[in-house]
Design a protein around this ligand. Structure first.
Ligand SMILES: C[S@@+](CC[C@H](N)C(=O)[O-])C[C@H]1O[C@@H](n2cnc3c(N)ncnc32)[C@H](O)[C@@H]1O
Length: 178
């Protein structure tokens, strides 16, 4: 059954919301019920944006400082993070619909495949941003470069791969080319 939370066909109605509507050219599928893959949220992201219509499309390095609050259980996992100027942040775009396979970001009737976009609307609504680490206050990170809503659940944090050298010994695959 198509989700009752979202429209599944385009309508010219003028009272469409601009968050979960179907646009001309877009295609939704009867997506499986979300099971959230057994992920655990490890914290909450606090940002200035309460609305999807106000948040930046992509975070910017000179954007406002946001707070990433790690749940106490995971605080120890922050050890050493302060040595990295940039981090990769993975978050769960929890308000997104998840059933579109073609989307029309410009809302002009032309539509592109979901996997050719960085839209928040995807079967598994994972968002990623490279952020600048501004400070660490206990279990809270202060960062610039986010684009998510206030209260967005946090999935993971990693050092930016460009700054990270593997610590574990090399393995044969490290030398494979071609
Ligand atoms: C285009 S996505 C990009 C996300 C991430 N930087 C990426 O490329 O994977 C950013 C947009 O997602 C929407 N958004 C932000 N937080 C959200 C949330 N928690 N649930 C659903 N949509 C969200 C906002 O409209 C925001 O402008």
């Amino acid at each position: 059954m198509p989700s009752s939370r979202h429209p599944t066909s385009w309508s010219a109605s003028t009272d469409l919301v601009r968050e979960n509507e179907i646009r001309r050219g877009e295609i939704a599928v009867d997506a499986p019920a979300p099971t959230d893959a057994g992920l655990v949220f490890i914290g909450t992201i606090l940002t200035p944006w309460a609305s999807r219509l106000m948040a930046p499309r992509q975070g910017r390095a000179d954007g406002p400082v946001c707070r990433i609050e790690i749940f106490p259980l995971w605080q120890e996992a922050l050890a050493g993070i302060e040595q990295f100027e940039r981090l990769e942040v993975l978050y769960w775009l929890h308000l997104s619909r998840r059933d579109l396979v073609r989307q029309s970001p410009a809302n002009d009737g032309s539509a592109r495949g979901t996997f050719a976009l960085r839209s928040p609307v995807r079967p598994n609504p994972i968002g990623t941003s490279i952020v600048t680490l501004v400070g660490v206050e206990g279990s809270t990170l202060l960062v610039r470069g986010l684009d998510c809503l206030d209260g967005t659940p946090l999935l993971d944090l990693k050092p930016d791969r460009a700054l990270f050298t593997p610590i574990a010994p090399p393995q044969p695959g490290d030398f494979e080319v071609g």
